[in-house]
Design a protein around this ligand. Structure first.
Ligand SMILES: [Fe+2]
Ligand SMILES: [Fe+2]
Length: 304
């Protein structure tokens, strides 16, 4: 069997464009670009409505913060869908049956469509360097290097299962009707992507190397969740300089950060369980990775 050496250009492919192809793609994927900055979700969506520091902001500052938070979500979705195209392409080539190849071929097309849908809401004038986003770097590293079975688990079972929850919450609470509709149409595909991952994954058939990679990737990912709503807090801090530890503590309490984080970890645990990865759950549970950080731990994870 011939071996291929790939470079997926996962982090920076979006900075290179081909104007001639853009015209063809425009015909293929219709839809107008939405003017940004826009507020797609209100304060309640981030549990900011109960946070005193938020309530004390001026109307203009509130609008600015909510637009930034909306764009944070869109930016993340944009890069996730972009990674989905790379993932689908890799899996199409690694397919061992014709059924798998058709599945992943269509999957790649779905992700390309999702990418073009999300792109309409993406403010490309913003900083495009994503190397400091730990989740996106983690995702691209994994797609680049992890073996097939570990990828099925991490991407389809876990992240797309997680994406289903995340996109459906985003769609339900979205204030922009077009974006709401686009998110719902993405969700229809993601159900199939996640469902096929659950079928394809079997914990019993994992090699030692695949299991080790899954465990270390899961550990990294769960740690990113355990720390709580760092992104929202960072945005809030940018408008409230020099916050004391107790002010941060209070904001996180008002945001119900610990309860919310625990809820997310419970969803992740349920997804892993659904795929029958029982021994993996046991090992991670034993080490405490399904437990949200305490308030003080969350505060200490905030920079500044
Ligand atoms: Fe997608
Ligand atoms: Fe997907």
């Amino acid at each position: 069997m011939r071996k291929f050496d790939f470079n997926f250009y996962l982090e920076d492919i979006h900075t290179r464009r081909n104007i001639k192809l853009e015209r063809i793609l425009k015909k293929r994927f219709k839809g107008e670009k939405v003017s940004t900055p826009s507020i797609f979700w209100n304060a309640k969506e981030y549990k900011l409505h109960n946070v005193e520091l938020f309530q004390n902001l001026s109307l203009l500052e509130k609008k600015f913060l909510l637009a930034e938070l909306s764009q944070d979500r869109i930016r993340e979705a944009y890069h996730i869908e972009k990674s989905g195209i790379a993932y689908g392409s890799k899996m199409t080539m690694l397919s061992e049956t014709m059924d798998e190849r058709v599945l992943y071929g269509s999957f790649t097309g779905d992700e390309a469509r999702h990418f073009k849908l999300v792109e309409k809401y993406y403010d490309s004038s913003q900083d495009q360097d994503i190397s400091d986003n730990s989740f996106l770097s983690f995702l691209s590293q994994m797609i680049d290097h992890a073996p097939k079975k570990a990828l099925v688990f991490m991407i389809q079972v876990l992240l797309e299962g997680w994406g289903l929850e995340h996109y459906s919450t985003m769609a339900n609470s979205c204030q922009h009707e077009d974006l709401k509709g686009d998110l719902k149409s993405i969700l229809d595909d993601e159900v199939v992507h996640h469902g096929s991952g659950v079928i394809l994954f079997e914990e019993d058939g994992l090699s030692k190397e695949e299991r080790t990679i899954i465990l270390s990737s899961l550990t990294l990912f769960l740690q990113m969740v355990q720390v709580g709503p760092i992104g929202v807090m960072t945005r809030l801090e940018s408008l409230n300089k020099d916050l004391s530890q107790s002010q941060k503590r209070q904001a996180l309490t008002e945001m119900e950060a610990v309860e919310d984080t625990q809820h997310k970890l419970n969803i992740l645990k349920r997804l892993i369980k659904k795929a029958g990865a029982t021994s993996i759950i046991e090992e991670l549970d034993h080490k405490g990775y399904f437990k949200a950080f305490e308030l003080d731990q969350m505060v200490s994870c905030l920079v500044g």
